[in-house]
Design a protein around this ligand. Structure first.
Ligand code: NDP
Length: 294
């Protein structure tokens, strides 16, 4: 068997087009332009690239993008003051503080200072609590993107066995919660899990969010399973350059899986599209209107 490729690039392009149409309706019918504020502290090169891409995508969707670039030595107090200002700014519907923050700043204090209604990353404790209790949460972008791809591929997932490898607050835990909400039987695996091959081998759905290159071996995968690879790992090549690989041993996994996301070109592009989606959701909820049907 050769797995079908789940094309996150194509999926996210369609999603972004739909979001741009929603933004047009919001402007024309409600005189609203969704606004996303992105705050970056310091010079982390990967974060700089993420923020640049978020800024471009936000503008392409017809939304307002407000960038706040702060120096590495910014104090927690100053950052909290900026968050407060953005919380109170009616032109700003979504606030994203790019992580990681410099060591001297308490990340959870900053995340939890963002108004939950504007928390488009979905990391605020109120949003994780709402997700866990079946409320109207803003869902973290990466797991939301994974869920959309899974739903598109599988439709009804009720009763399927799902394993999520990784239990971070930003990917693993919310992913497991989303799958549970879809009535999957969910196992969360992590670094202390015993017999990972066996746990992976019984899953109809595998979501790998570990951050270790190709740690999930292809021959562990159950025949026909759907595999979502969240991992982004840079590994050296023979020519001294580097390439990006996922957490799943792709070349072997395609022989067993029914469908699989490539890395790059799978989950990554969906994350930014879901950030835009969350910004539209937040804007509509703040205005007390339904999200436009497009
Ligand atoms: P974290 O480092 O926060 O979490 C990694 C998880 O993997 C932990 O729960 C850890 O377990 C678990 N783990 C580590 N080693 C093993 C092992 N040997 N066996 C089983 N589980 C293990 O990472 P994130 O959740 O933030 O990110 C995971 C990956 O996803 C990274 O590669 C990251 O770059 C990528 N990512 C991609 C995004 C995208 O847009 N495509 C967005 C966000 C992340 P324990 O808790 O026990 O330590």
């Amino acid at each position: 068997m050769t797995a079908e490729l789940i094309d996150g690039k194509a999926f996210s392009a369609t999603l972004k087009q739909d979001i741009a149409k929603q933004v047009t309706v919001l402007k024309e019918k409600h005189n609203l332009i969704p606004g996303l504020a992105v705050v970056i502290v310091g010079e982390d090169p990967a974060s700089q690239i993420y923020v640049r891409n978020k800024n471009i995508s936000t503008k392409e969707a017809g939304m307002n993008s407000f960038e706040h670039r702060l120096p590495e030595e910014t104090t927690e107090e100053d950052l909290l003051a900026l968050v407060e200002k953005l919380n109170n700014d009616p032109a700003v519907n979504g606030i994203l503080v790019q992580l990681p923050l410099p060591k001297h700043i308490n990340e959870s204090a900053v995340i939890n200072a963002i108004s939950p209604a504007k928390d488009v990353d979905g990391f605020h404790v109120i949003n994780s609590g709402l997700l866990a209790t079946g409320g109207d949460a803003i869902v973290p972008c990466t797991p939301l993107g994974c869920l959309l791809m899974l739903k598109d591929k599988l439709g009804n997932m009720s009763g399927l066995d799902a394993v999520v490898i990784g239990r971070s607050n930003i990917v693993g835990k919310p992913m497991a919660q989303l799958l549970l909400n879809e009535s999957c039987t969910v196992t969360i695996a992590h670094s202390r899990t015993r017999n990972l091959p066996e746990v992976v081998g019984r899953a109809d759905i595998v979501v790998a969010a570990v951050g270790r290159p190709e740690i999930i071996k292809g021959d562990w995968i159950k025949e026909g399973a759907t595999v979502i690879d969240v991992g982004i790992n840079r590994v050296p090549k023979d020519d001294g350059k580097s390439r990006i690989v996922g957490d799943v041993e792709f070349d072997e996994a395609v022989k067993k899986a029914g469908a699989i996301t490539p890395v790059p070109g799978g989950v990554g592009p969906m994350t930014i599209a879901c950030l835009l989606k969350n910004t539209v959701t937040a804007t509509c909820r703040q205005a007390g209107i339904d999200e436009p049907d497009v």
